[in-house]
Design a protein around this ligand. Structure first.
Ligand SMILES: C[S@@+](CC[C@H](N)C(=O)[O-])C[C@H]1O[C@@H](n2cnc3c(N)ncnc32)[C@H](O)[C@@H]1O
Length: 207
């Protein structure tokens, strides 16, 4: 059974702020500079949808956003956001299974991959890779372990918490970099947050 963040939707953003302050928000907002005007964007696992407000602050119109969320409660909150005059298509379901016909200029995966075991990661990655245009930009942000003792403790606590509450399938971070390397993505920018525990990366799919 896939994970479902329904149970955590009502407190997710507050919990994130208590533990990380603004770091998880800043890590995602940093990546928005790589979105060009009038882009088509696929957002997978957008959570409560605050990223739609942030995109509208940057471009009040012209974006074509496809917003995919597996959690109905997260989606309900996302639909209350202000996305300006941008066009948003909301789709509920696992991004690796739903039918999405078109290709996008930008794919955005904010704290999505840390939910998966390697086999699911591979499936989700391949699906999103197919949906990104050649030369398109993939914006990814997630946790990473860089050898600090507290990172492992924090990560294990998060996995335990979200396994119990949201049935996420993994208890270790999958190897996200391996997927981008395998498909020959070019890193165009990278920045860390919350010490080095969070990494935001903008990557380009080669033509
Ligand atoms: C860790 S939360 C991050 C939420 C948001 N990006 C943020 O940073 O606040 C992961 C989100 O991905 C969604 N999700 C998990 N698996 C998914 C899948 N296979 N397809 C689409 N969304 C998924 C969850 O419902 C949840 O909202």
């Amino acid at each position: 059974m896939p994970s479902n963040y329904d149970n955590s939707a009502w407190f997710y953003d507050r919990l994130s702020k208590v533990v990380y302050g603004n770091a998880l928000v800043n890590a995602q907002v940093y990546l928005l500079q790589f979105v060009k005007p009038n882009s088509s964007i696929l957002i997978a696992g957008g959570g409560t949808g605050w990223i739609l407000d942030e995109l509208a602050k940057q471009y009040s119109s012209g974006l074509k956003i496809t917003y995919v969320e597996i959690s109905a409660n997260m989606m309900a909150l996302s639909k209350k956001r202000n996305w300006g005059n941008n066009e948003v298509t909301f789709i509920i379901g696992p991004v690796e299974e739903i039918a999405i016909g078109n290709q996008f200029d930008v794919v955005f995966t904010p704290f999505l991959f840390d939910n998966f075991r390697e086999d699911t990661l591979q499936k989700v990655f391949d699906r999103l890779h197919q949906r990104l245009k050649p030369g398109g930009i993939w914006l990814n942000t997630d946790f990473q372990l860089t050898g600090k003792w507290w990172q492992n403790i924090l990560l294990k606590s998060m996995f335990l918490f979200f396994r119990l509450l949201c049935r996420i399938e993994t208890s270790v971070l999958p190897d996200i970099n391996k997927q981008f390397k395998k498909s020959d993505y070019e890193v165009i920018a990278e920045k860390t947050f919350f010490g080095t525990f969070v990494i935001s990366t903008a990557l380009r799919k080669r033509d």
